[in-house]
Design a protein around this ligand. Structure first.
Ligand code: PEP
Ligand code: MG
Length: 587
């Protein structure tokens, strides 16, 4: 089950739910009998203020150099000692002859109401701070301090109606993997603190506390504001990958060289990035990539649990394209099936899913649904430099039907006066031997092709790319794969079409000289690989790359091809000593 809220603090976490009970800021009234009793209540209130002050100061000290945290606690201390509030509580006790808890709850609720009607959203968000202080006072007065979050036995995802800023400040990042709350906004102190502490968080989920049970497995996607309760194996696998990528990206920026990718002799190589999630654009820009060579859109399926929604697609495409301007973004239409995202396809189990109902085969069978994605891409195309790419095209008829469908959508947009880029480039992925062999017949329908070496290797060698029992046979340096790459480049160039490589092979430093040598026009790799690939490009001359590529075509085995490249670069790039597995699989 997926919930959408406000992304409060970046990061991904996976863990089991811990539900936090919440005390309401409301307390029963007790009428006091005598003036002495009232004096006693004032004293109790003053002792509670003193004790809360002590607690808050301790939390502030424990924040070390988390500046935002210290500032927020200072604000709570100010509220706690505010003379107006103090006067109102004490006056309430003495003139109303009521107990301290009641006077505190009515005073603080009154202050919250005043904050709540302010126009300024920043001031409105301070309601949570007032409530935090009021609640702490009441807990002191009634002597039931809240469940100590610090004593959790194992790391958990915290689920709460709301978290007070001071509670958040007390969270230990090692113990609380993430938190999700019903309440909260982008600028609340709880949110600011979560960011300062580096704890992923999604807030403003409205009813999540009533949907989650203790111990449920949760995925918290603090980047998009999504929470998945009891995810499927597929969703778990996907988010584990995303999490790993996110953490890798954090480290990566330290070693970047944001300049263009140049060969030893100064030839510029187009080096683009493959992304799967919109937020990766930020990193891609910092790394100085020459565009996005592959945007895998399958993740959108995860956030569309009530069916396809054009606006969800559009917003993401528009944002990525405009952020990347003037660089281009290749959006690949859904590539479901095979090993990817079978959930929601309502298909029967297939004996051979990689040879089955997948990618454009699904899109062409469900044109109405597929058109939603096409419309969104077209609409976004006026905001950036978007290119459209179809995966797994094996038959010319498919390509004709895809173009017809696209035309239909374009005509509809024109009729409604909705603008789109009429010159948007259209391409296909080359992922099967059929596409390579019949490429000359397909090229008239496209502006470019991008070689998906992951699938091309699997379909050429008849080796399932995900099956460990046959993993030793999976080799992107196999002569049959290299010869097809060479063919694709030659045939495409003879028809004036450009060629990219977006499969993992493009990110393997040992393959880079070969791909350059074959004359590939663009390499597109995972953002984390950009620095290594750039380094490899810098030590290879165009002439040597051509020679190596030429030679590789008549070498019998993939291992020998890798040895050839290795012997050339080892002197110039000693860190290239790769793991044997990287050598084999093409990264
Ligand atoms: C490929 O097949 O090489 C490719 C880039 O697509 P994916 O890995 O998404 O199947
Ligand atoms: Mg593929």
């Amino acid at each position: 089950m997926l919930f959408r809220g406000i992304p409060a603090s970046h990061g991904i976490a996976i863990g089991s739910a811990f539900l936090l009970k919440v005390e309401e800021l409301r307390h029963a009234r007790r009428i006091l009998e005598s003036h002495e009793e009232a004096e006693g209540e004032v004293k109790r209130f003053q002792t509670a203020v003193f004790s809360v002050r002590h607690d808050l100061e301790n939390i502030a000290d424990s924040m070390g150099d988390v500046v935002e945290g210290r500032q927020i606690l200072e604000f709570l201390l100010l509220l706690l000692q505010d003379p107006m509030i103090k006067k109102e509580v004490e006056g309430g006790i003495l003139t109303g002859m009521v107990n301290a808890e009641y006077a505190v709850s009515t005073t603080f609720r009154g202050v919250m109401e005043k904050f709540d009607v302010m126009d300024d959203p920043y001031i409105r968000e301070r309601v949570a701070d007032v409530k935090d202080v009021g609640r702490r006072l009441i807990e002191k007065l009634i002597g039931t301090e809240k469940e100590a979050l610090n004593n959790l036995e194992q790391p958990v995802v915290l689920v709460a109606k709301d978290l007070d800023p001071s509670e958040t400040a007390g969270l230990k990042p090692g113990q609380v993997l993430a938190f999700v709350t019903d309440m909260g906004g982008r600028t609340s102190h709880t949110t600011i603190l979560a960011r300062a502490l580096g704890i992923p968080a999604v807030v403003g989920l409205q009813r999540i506390t009533s949907e989650i049970h203790p111990g449920d497995t949760l995925i918290v996607d603090g980047i998009h504001g999504h929470v998945i309760v009891n995810p499927t194996e597929e969703e778990l696998k996907y988010y584990r990958d995303v999490k790993a990528r996110f953490m890798e990206a954090e480290n990566l920026l330290q070693q970047m060289n944001p300049g263009p990718a140049l060969t030893e002799d100064g030839n510029r190589i187009e080096l683009a990035a493959n992304i799967e999630l919109p937020h990766e654009v930020e990193l891609v820009k910092k790394l100085g990539a020459d565009g996005i060579g592959l945007f895998r859109t399958e993740f959108l399926r995860l956030i569309q649990e009530n069916g396809e929604n054009e606006e969800d697609h559009y917003e993401i495409y528009e944002k990525i394209a405009s952020e990347m301007l003037p660089k281009s973004v290749i959006i690949r239409t859904y590539d479901m099936g095979g090993d990817k995202f079978r959930t929601g396809l309502d298909t029967v189990r297939e004996a051979n899913p990689f040879l089955g109902y997948r990618a454009v085969r699904i899109g062409l069978e469900r044109p109405a649904e597929f058109s939603i994605q096409l419309r969104a891409i077209l609409r976004a195309s006026v905001h950036g430099n978007i290119r459209l790419m179809f995966p797994m095209v094996t038959h010319v008829e498919q390509l004709r039907r895809l173009r017809d469908l696209l035309k239909l959508v374009q005509n509809d947009l024109t009729a409604r006066g909705i603008p789109f880029d009429k010159k948007m480039q259209i391409g296909i992925m080359v992922e099967t031997p059929a596409t390579v062999i019949a490429l000359d017949l397909m090229l008239p329908y496209v502006d470019f092709v991008s070689i998906g070496t992951n699938d091309l290797t699997q379909y050429t060698l008849a080796v399932d790319r995900g099956n460990p029992r046959v993993a030793d046979l999976y080799d992107s340096f196999h002569p049959a794969v290299l010869r097809q790459i060479d063919t694709v480049v030659r045939v495409s160039h003879s028809q004036g079409k450009w060629v990219g490589v977006c499969g993992s092979m493009a990110g393997n430093p040992l393959a880079v000289p070969l791909l350059i040598g074959f004359g590939v026009d663009e390499l597109s790799v995972a953002p984390s690989l950009i620095p290594d690939v750039k380094k490899m490009i810098a030590v290879v001359s165009t002439c040597a790359a051509r020679e190596m590529a030429e030679k590789s075509l008549s070498i019998e085995t993939g291992l020998m091809v890798r040895a050839l490249v290795h012997s050339y670069v080892i002197g110039k790039y000693p860190e290239i000593l790769l793991d044997e597995n990287d050598w084999k699989t093409g990264g």
